[in-house]
Design a protein around this ligand. Structure first.
Ligand code: NAG
Ligand code: NAG
Ligand code: NAG
Ligand code: NAG
Ligand code: NAG
Ligand code: NAG
Ligand code: NAG
Length: 566
């Protein structure tokens, strides 16, 4: 009884701060999609059919698109659609493949930030210094009323600068429609910038941008509220040029496109050989000038897959203290966040058997006739590229079809795999000890303990029950969650998981039910974490360090008996 009251005391403090944490994530180790085409083939077949059907619509006669899914190591699947109608005088490519080039527009911002992260890591700049340290013109009092000394590089990259979205672009006075037809009053262009991306004006340069900025005012205070800004990335391009002493184009080629072997990626307009040119496109040749770091890159599906693989394998190793895929602020609503400069979506509506949230770290791009999005699904080790030339309504349709089919199929494959690899009966290697564990995997609850006997004691009735009571959790399961670490990191052996008492939804629906402070390391025993479980797969052995016990996985009978419908 002393033991129980001690536990009660230890976890008592948790009771005050802990609310229910329903579906821990990640729930499984990073999947290896070595022969992903076969593993995910069912989904890819369905996606191919649905995309073909979608493209049949007459409204897409002049649209082309390239879509591809990559793992951390290989392209798993691609789908190409060539427009049925081309421009007779300037058709561009009429058969789309992995080398066909599009304008990727604002996806360029991720390349600019990657350059910034490389320079931060090299010590050439600091993410947390103000931008005015790197752009002389912003140092002086006469540089307008923007609080440049409080606007850091990190804040610019995170859409948190509060500076205007555009200072030269997106001005209706330069539009094709007469502003008075929109109900706007006639005004003079006197004093406005004499540069623009198109309309026969010269592209804007550094001088134009910094000059125009002086006449603008902040939208929000720095580091307070996020809002989309193109200007932020134009400034980051200038910062890069200043710290490296190279033109942005030259630096990108030298530091990123070249090393990643992105042979069909550039900032200058490529020849028409690989160009996807919709019938009435007007934007392929546009020189964005100083706006290039915010939207100037041309690329192909194959190159973007190379880029995604690089990001997916380096995001937490680019610079000390930076995990590139994490959010920096919330956007509007509960499911959207800004990263640096990622657009992050986290939804609990994509899985069929669980409300476990799935995260998509994305960046979209759009200029006239070119629409695109890259998406990283970090838990699944999958990356998606969608490049469109033509209709913008295709982007949302393709994104929905591919991500929903893909994630649901990946879930099915993963839980079958977890079931095969982990489930079954584990019995103490010391036969004079009555200790055993039974594991099963289900898409609804993840990898769970069915039973846990330690030296003749049913741990579900003792420690786990006490813990659930201390957390004030009524319905629960005992779930194992991976830490993604190994006892032997060098050889990736001895996979470390933690056992959690996971609350199940009761349907009571109190407002604060969804509040969760993740805590996977609640109590220890004699200095060792009591919920640490280590899988040594080669030996089919499960080690519980705090319990001083190792258990051997028994024959496949149990695994078969426990097979679950996915
Ligand atoms: C930008 O263009 C203007 C003319 O429009 C020119 O006076 C200025 O020198 C240019 N600045 C740079 C940095 O090239
Ligand atoms: C740091 O900046 C210097 C120029 O200021 C440049 O020569 C060097 O290549 C930069 N370092 C990296 C890693 O790019
Ligand atoms: C670079 O990519 C091209 C195709 O885009 C390929 O033929 C070549 O082998 C690649 N080079 C390296 C070093 O990977
Ligand atoms: C076809 O391309 C030419 C040259 O780029 C352009 O002038 C023309 O407007 C385009 N045709 C259509 C129907 O958009
Ligand atoms: C096996 O367990 C028994 C009972 O707890 C114990 O006495 C014995 O030392 C253990 N043997 C080994 C090899 O750990
Ligand atoms: C098993 O439990 C008995 C008491 O029931 C205890 O004496 C013994 O030390 C325990 N052994 C282990 C290895 O837990
Ligand atoms: C092991 O312990 C459990 C739980 O106390 C008990 O139900 C079971 O009969 C024991 N098995 C053996 C072989 O003693």
């Amino acid at each position: 009884m002393l033991f129980f009251s001690t536990l009660g005391l230890i976890v008592y403090s948790l009771r005050l701060v802990h609310a229910d944490c329903f579906e821990p994530s990640p729930a499984f180790p990073l999947p290896l999609w070595q022969n992903g085409m076969q593993q995910l083939e069912a989904a890819f077949q369905r996606i191919d059919q649905r995309l073909e059907k979608l493209a049949e619509d007459q409204q897409y006669d002049t649209s082309s698109f390239s879509v591809g899914v990559t793992s951390n190591t290989d392209t798993l699947w691609t789908h190409f659609h060539s427009a049925r109608v081309h421009n007779a005088t300037r058709p561009g490519v009429t058969h789309i493949d992995g080398d066909s080039q599009y304008r990727i527009a604002s996806i360029s911002k991720t390349f600019t930030v990657l350059g910034i992260l490389h320079q931060h890591a090299a010590g050439n700049l600091s993410l947390d210094e103000p931008v005015s340290l790197y752009i002389d013109e912003l140092k002086h009092a006469h540089s307008g009323d923007m609080p440049w000394n409080d606007i850091t590089i990190r804040v610019l990259a995170s859409q948190l600068s509060g500076i205007p979205r555009d200072v030269i672009q997106a001005d209706l006075i330069n539009g094709e429609t007469d502003p008075t037809e929109l109900g706007l009053p006639p005004v003079s262009k006197e004093g406005l910038p004499r540069c623009y991306e198109y309309g026969g004006l010269k592209p804007c340069n550094r001088t134009d941008l910094l000059h125009a900025l002086k006449t603008h005012h902040p939208i929000f205070a720095p580091n307070a509220i996020s809002t989309y800004s193109n200007t932020a990335f134009e400034l980051l391009g200038l910062v890069l040029e200043n710290v490296i002493g190279l033109d942005y184009d030259v630096y990108m080629q030298h530091a990123i496109f070249g090393p990643l072997n992105m042979t069909l990626t550039s900032l200058s307009t490529p020849p028409d050989d690989h160009a996807v040119l919709p019938v009435d496109q007007t934007y392929w040749d546009v020189d964005q000038g100083v706006h290039k770091p915010t939207g100037g890159i041309y690329s192909s599906l194959d190159d973007m897959s190379k880029y995604l693989r690089y990001v997916m394998t380096h995001y937490n190793a680019l610079a000390t203290g930076v995990n590139w895929l994490l959010p920096a602020s919330w956007s509007t609503g509960m499911e959207s966040f800004y990263g640096m400069p990622w657009e992050i979506f986290r939804t609990d509506r994509i899985l069929e058997k669980s409300k476990r949230p799935v995260t998509f770290v994305t960046k979209a791009g759009g200029v006239p006739s070119y629409f695109s999005r890259i998406s990283i699904m970090p838990e699944y080790g999958l990356g998606l590229t969608v490049l469109i030339a033509g209709s913008n309504t295709l982007l949302k349709e393709i994104q929905e079809i591919v991500t929903v089919e893909l994630v649901r199929e990946a879930e099915a494959v993963i839980w079958k795999d977890v079931q095969k690899t982990y489930s079954g009966n584990y019995v103490s290697t010391n036969t004079s000890l009555n200790s055993s564990i039974e594991l099963a995997a289900r898409p609804s609850t993840g990898l769970v303990l069915q039973s846990f006997i330690s030296n003749g004691t049913d741990v579900f009735q003792t420690l786990l029950q006490q813990y659930a009571e201390a957390l004030d959790v009524k319905r629960w399961h005992a779930q194992l969650v991976p830490t993604l670490l190994y006892k032997n990191e060098a050889e990736q052996k001895g996979e470390i998981w933690r056992l959690l008492v996971v609350a199940e939804r009761t349907g009571e629906g109190a407002v604060w039910d969804e509040f969760c402070n993740t805590d996977v390391d609640p109590i220890s025993y004699a200095g060792l974490p009591v919920n640490e479980f280590v899988f040594w797969h080669e030996e089919q052995r499960l080690e519980l360090p705090a319990w001083r016990v190792s258990m051997k996985r028994s024959t496949a009978d149990t695994a078969e008996r426990l097979v679950v419908q996915v």
